[in-house]
Design a binder for this molecule. Structure first.
Ligand SMILES: Nc1ncnc2c1ncn2[C@@H]1O[C@H](COP(=O)(O)OP(=O)(O)OP(=O)(O)O)[C@@H](O)[C@H]1O
Ligand SMILES: [Mg+2]
Length: 341
């Protein structure tokens, strides 16, 4: 059985905002499935429909075989949800937060006590149970948030951007906890992210979503292979200044339209050149650029990334909001900014 299945799932908000526009996808039991997409793609809206928090405008969704509209109560008992914005109470301890959730699910005190201990251990917060959440770091709050979705031992866990704003180390440790959940509990994880690396490293299957539509699905490898060829990255300068930008512009102009070039993408200080065969393209690229007086500092060849996949299907790059550790206040501000949009 599939853990999640959708058919033409659609959400239209007032003002004809098609946040989710007829999506079909399947998540297998016991896998980590990632929705990868930029801001406003429709990730949270999809999660909210699957979580029974908002009804679809049309289409259907089954979670553990149950219809999210017709069997909403049963669905809720089988799922856990860690929202995009940390929902923990700052003025209580970690343990109090988790215990409260246990009561929400009407678990008895003995079960709550046992599970609280077990879950704190699972998410790596043992020792911090009795500290006020206001003293937790951003990463600890995210982990507590994740813990709160686990208290009733759900079969499917929804994580909306579980690592946004966290530093790479904390992000990696959260990935580790997510993997542990799947391994030790046989849980299915549905997560959303705009971090390429997160989808690439963590997910068994990925759906790339943009403007409410799924534009590609597959494993990270399948997606990368689907665009074929190699990426040759040319660095024509050492400083990221105006002169450098001009070099990149000129390089792009020289290479665009050449028969062996399938596309180009300028980035900060570099130019990515998509080619069918990197090894044979490199000498030609060097020759063409030096013929125009452009001196190449470095040139490398690699397989395409998920960013390249996104670019290929949408003509844009996912602007990942790379950031360092985020405080609760910053998370709030991020949320408010999003709401104002
Ligand atoms: N309640 C609402 N009313 C009107 N429009 C909404 C509402 N909720 C979301 N939207 C719009 O629907 C679209 C999808 O929003 P959604 O929150 O699902 O995106 P997202 O992929 O989660 O983005 P982010 O990465 O910023 O969290 C956006 O254009 C958003 O402005
Ligand atoms: Mg969102």
């Amino acid at each position: 059985m599939n853990a999640i299945e959708t058919h033409q799932l659609t959400k239209v908000f007032p003002g004809d905002i098609r946040a989710v526009d007829g999506i079909d996808f399947e998540v297998k039991d016991g896998e980590i499935f990632a929705f990868l997409g930029p801001n406003g793609a429709g990730k949270t809206t999809t999660i909210k429909m699957l979580n029974t928090l908002i009804p679809p405008t049309s289409g259907t969704a089954l979670v553990v075989g149950l219809d999210v509209v017709k069997n909403a109560v049963e669905v809720r008992n089988q799922i856990g949800y860690a929202a995009q914005d940390v929902g923990v109470d700052e003025h209580a301890t970690g343990k109090e937060n988790l215990t409260l959730y246990g009561h929400f699910y009407r678990l008895d005190s003995k079960t709550i006590k046992e599970r609280v201990k077990e879950i704190f251990d699972l998410v790596g917060l043992t020792g911090a149970e009795n500290r006020m959440v206001s003293t937790y770091s951003g990463g600890m709050r995210k982990r507590l948030d994740l813990a709160m979705g686990l208290i009733h031992q759900p079969r499917v866990m929804f994580l909306d951007e579980p690592t946004t704003g966290l530093d790479p180390q904390t992000r990696a440790s959260i990935w580790e906890y997510i993997r542990k959940l799947v391994k030790s509990r046989g849980m299915t994880i549905f997560l959303t992210t705009h971090y390429m690396e997160e989808a690439d490293r963590l997910a068994d299957h990925i759906a790339i979503i943009d403007l409410g539509k799924i534009i590609a699905t597959g494993t990270a490898d399948e997606l990368k292979k689907s665009i074929g060829g190699d990426v040759v990255t040319v660095t024509p300068c050492e400083n990221h200044d105006e002169e450098c930008k001009e070099f990149i512009r000129r390089s792009e102009a020289v290479l665009t339209g050449k028969p062996f070039v399938t596309g180009t993408k300028p980035t900060d200080g570099e130019l990515a050149v998509y080619v069918n065969d990197g090894a044979s393209a490199i000498p030609s690229i060097m020759q063409l650029l030096s013929g125009q007086g452009i001196e190449v500092k470095t040139i490398t060849m690699s397989r395409p990334s998920l960013d390249d996949v996104f670019l290929k299907y949408t003509g844009r790059t996912i602007r990942a909001q790379e950031g360092t550790r985020t405080t609760f206040a910053q998370l709030r501000r991020m949320r408010n900014r999003r709401q104002q949009k």
